[in-house]
Design a protein around this ligand. Structure first.
Ligand code: ZN
Length: 505
C-alpha cells in the first residue's frame, strides 16, 4: 500500500488553465491516484507532506517511442543514414546478451528517463531471443526502478535485401552476409507466437505495466502477420505501435513493394485493419498530405522523434501539416544509439524549432502549451492510458514531475509552458512521482542504488564494446556500397521534401 502524500503549495500545471502562471495548489495522493487538488488541503490528511512552494508541478512526460535494447550504445556512432545505422544497432547482429547486461541497460534507460521527468515509457524492445528469462529480466528492472512501462516486443516476418532501395544492385554478392541483421530472417524481430506467449504469460495485472503490440514497420511484416496483430489488438484492446516512413527510403520502397496498397505504408495498415485510434505511428517524417489526411481521419497518433530523425539524417517531420490537420501527436526519444538521449525537453524544443524549416510563419509553429500536451496527454492516448496519465486531475494516476523554479531556466518566471519547452533541459527536475510513489528525489533515484547501477553498467559495457567493434567492422566493409545505394535512392523523385536540401552528389 502506498502512502498518502500531500504535495503542498506548488504551481500545478493544468493544460486547460493558465499555462504561463499556473496557480498554486495542494495535491492529495492516495492509493497511487490524485484524490484532490485544492488551494489548501490540511496537512494532517497525509502521512507525508512534500513542500512544493518553489516548484512547478507538471504531469509526468510520456516517452511514447523508445527502445531499451541499445541504451548502452550511446555515443558509439557518428551520424549515418537510417538504413546504415540499423546494421550497427539491432540486437540480432550481436551474440545474446547476459541477464546482467539486460538488467543494467534497462535500468540505465529508465534512470535517464526519470531524471528528465519522464514517468511513462513505451519500450518497443527487440529481445534476441524472445525468452521467458529475457522478458522477466526487463520487467524486473522496471519494477525495481519504479517507472511506468508499456512494453511491446518488436516483431516482423518479412526480410530480404529487396526491402532497401538499391542494396541488391550496389552491394557485391559476396558481401551480402555483412548485411545479415537487416536482411535475414530473425533480424529485426522474432515471431508473433513468441511475443503472444509472453503477453499471455505475464498478463495485464502488474502494477505500472501494460502491453502494446510492436510490428517493426509495416514493410517488414507480411499481410498475414498484420492481420493477426489487428485481430489480437481488437479482441484484447491493445495499442499497436509501429514505425512508419521514418526514412525517405521507406517511402520509396513502399511505392513498389506495397503497390497494391497505394504504394503506402499507411494504406497497407488501413487495408490490414490497423489504422485507427489504437495505432501509434512512430516518426512519420515522410508522409504525403494525402497520407496525413488518412492518419488524421482514422484518429491514429503520430509519434514524433525529432532527435533521432536528425541523427539518422532522415530529415524533419512536417509538424505544421500535423498541426493544421489536427492530427493526434505524441513525442518520443527513440533509441539511445541514434538520438542519443532520453529527454522530452529536447524533443519538445526540436519539434517547435524544426517546424519553422517547413513553414517559417508564426501560426505554423505549435504553441508551447500544445507541445506539452503532446508530450503528456498525446502519449497517454497513443498508449491506451488516456484518463490515467498525462494530466493532473482528481482520479488520475499520481505521475508527476516537480521542477525547481529557482533554476536559471525559470528565472524570471514568465511562462511555465514556454520556459519548459525553450529554456529548460532537465536540470530542474527535482522530484518525480510514479503511481503515487516518490521514485526520484533531489535528482537521485530512490528505489535503487545509483552507484551500484553505475558499476553494473560499466562492467557490462566491456563485453558490449568488444562485440560492437566486430559488428562495426562488418559494417565498414560494406559502407561505401551502402552509401552508393543511398545516393541512388535520392535520384528517385518521391514528390515530397523533408530535408532542407538533398545530398550533394
Ligand atoms: Zn523506433
Amino acid at each position: 500500500m502506498t502512502k498518502t502524500i500531500l504535495i503542498k503549495g506548488g504551481r500545478v500545471y493544468d493544460h486547460d488553465a493558465d499555462t504561463d502562471r499556473p496557480a498554486a495548489a495542494d495535491i492529495l495522493i492516495e492509493g497511487g491516484r490524485i484524490v484532490g487538488i485544492a488551494p489548501q488541503i490540511p496537512a494532517e490528511r497525509a502521512e507525508r507532506v512534500i513542500d512544493a512552494a518553489d516548484r512547478l508541478v507538471l504531469p509526468g512526460f510520456v516517452n511514447a517511442h523508445y527502445h531499451s535494447h541499445d541504451t548502452m550504445l550511446k555515443g558509439m556512432l557518428h551520424p549515418v543514414p537510417f538504413d546504415m545505422w540499423l546494421l550497427n544497432c539491432l540486437p540480432p547482429a550481436y551474440p545474446p546478451r547476459s541477464p546482467a547486461e539486460l538488467r543494467a541497460r534497462t535500468m540505465l534507460g529508465a534512470a535517464e528517463c526519470l531524471k528528465s521527468g519522464i514517468t511513462t515509457l513505451q519500450d518497443m524492445v527487440t529481445l534476441h531471443p524472445i525468452s521467458e528469462e529475457n522478458v522477466d529480466t526487463v520487467l524486473a528492472a522496471y519494477e525495481e526502478i519504479g517507472i511506468r512501462v508499456v512494453l511491446s516486443l518488436q516483431i516482423g516476418d518479412r526480410f530480404g535485401i529487396e526491402l532497401t532501395p538499391f542494396w541488391r544492385e550496389c552491394v557485391p554478392e559476396h558481401l551480402h552476409d555483412r548485411l545479415g541483421s537487416a536482411v535475414e530472417e530473425g533480424a529485426g524481430a522474432g515471431p508473433f507466437e513468441q511475443a503472444v506467449e509472453q503477453y499471455r504469460r505475464i498478463g495485464q495485472g502488474r502494477p505500472r505495466m501494460s502491453w502494446a503490440l510492436g510490428p517493426s514497420t509495416p514493410l517488414l511484416c507480411t499481410p498475414d502477420l498484420l492481420r493477426r496483430i489487428a485481430a489480437l489488438a481488437e479482441s484484447d484492446g491493445l495499442p499497436v505501435i509501429t514505425h512508419v516512413n521514418e526514412a525517405r527510403t521507406e517511402a520509396l520502397s513502399a511505392k513498389t513493394i506495397l503497390a497494391e496498397h497505394g504504394g503506402s505504408q499507411v494504406g497497407y495498415l488501413r487495408d490490414m485493419g490497423l489504422l485507427g485510434p489504437g495505432t501509434g505511428m512512430a516518426h512519420t517524417v515522410w508522409l504525403t498530405e494525402a497520407e496525413i489526411e488518412m492518419v488524421t481521419e482514422a484518429g491514429a497518433t503520430v509519434i514524433l522523434n525529432p532527435a533521432s530523425n536528425m541523427k539518422t539524417l532522415s530529415g524533419a517531420a512536417p509538424v505544421p501539416l500535423y498541426l493544421a490537420a489536427g492530427t493526434r501527436v505524441a513525442l518520443g526519444c527513440d533509441n539511445c544509439s541514434c538520438s542519443d538521449i532520453q529527454n522530452t525537453f529536447l524533443a519538445m524544443r526540436l519539434v517547435c524549432s524544426l517546424a519553422g524549416l517547413h513553414d517559417p510563419q508564426r501560426n505554423a509553429i505549435p504553441p508551447a502549451a500544445q507541445v506539452i500536451r503532446w508530450a503528456t496527454e498525446g502519449g497517454a492516448g497513443a498508449l491506451g492510458l488516456a484518463d490515467e496519465v498525462g494530466a493532473l486531475k482528481p482520479g488520475m494516476k499520481a505521475d508527476m514531475t516537480l521542477l525547481d523554479l529557482g533554476r536559471p531556466s525559470y528565472l524570471p518566471f514568465n511562462s511555465a509552458a514556454r520556459q519548459t519547452v525553450f529554456s529548460e533541459a532537465g536540470a530542474a527536475v527535482h522530484t518525480v512521482l510514479v503511481d503515487g510513489r516518490v521514485v526520484l528525489e533531489g535528482g537521485r533515484l530512490t528505489m535503487t542504488d545509483e552507484d551500484a547501477l553505475r558499476d553494473a553498467v560499466e562492467e557490462a559495457a566491456v563485453d558490449l564494446r568488444r562485440d560492437f567493434a566486430a559488428v562495426n567492422a562488418r559494417f565498414e566493409e560494406v559502407y561505401e556500397y551502402l552509401q552508393e545505394a543511398w545516393l541512388r535512392s535520392w535520384r528517385e523523385d518521391i514528390g515530397i521534401a523533408r530535408t532542407i536540401a538533398p545530398p550533394r552528389f
